[in-house]
Design a protein around this ligand. Sequence first.
Ligand code: IDP
Ligand code: MG
Length: 152
Amino acid sequence: MAEERTFVAIKPDGVERGLIGEIIGRFEKRGLKLVGLKLMTVTTSKAEEHYGEHKGKPFFDGLIKFITSGPIVAMCWEGKNAIVLARSVIGATNPKDATPGTIRGDLAVDLGRNVVHGSDSAASAEREIGIFFSKQELLEDWQRTIHKWIVE
Ligand code: IDP
Ligand code: MG
């Protein structure tokens, strides 16, 4: 049976700051499996669809401007409890509340520059993966030989 999948993105600030390798490494080390990866620039319409739940909020326009301002790294990670696990690797939305050891707790300062995105639920994950990836861009048949050392 396929394990859970989640959508994670390194936002333009993370790319600009040279944190791509650092951030990807944290998900790899946690034990998640990378099944989709691309460097891309997000169009305004894709950004508005992705952040649709925040439409009308005071920070929405700034958020769209920011997320479309430079390249992002779009990723799909797979694993047991991948959605909750990725959120725990990422840390609290506001870096001032994020625990040290999390990406935001170690690498970020400001709410509007929190370097990474992660889906917050199964429904969001499915929706967001669909916005950023076509089916052919996601691995379906890669079995890692180390899997049995990560999941019982
Ligand atoms: P999340 O990224 O932890 O899921 P959300 O509440 O979904 O957090 O917000 C999406 C993104 O919008 C946040 O990561 C942050 O960059 C930005 N954001 C959220 N709330 C504010 C705010 O009050 N001011 C500025 N930016 C915000
Ligand atoms: Mg969110």
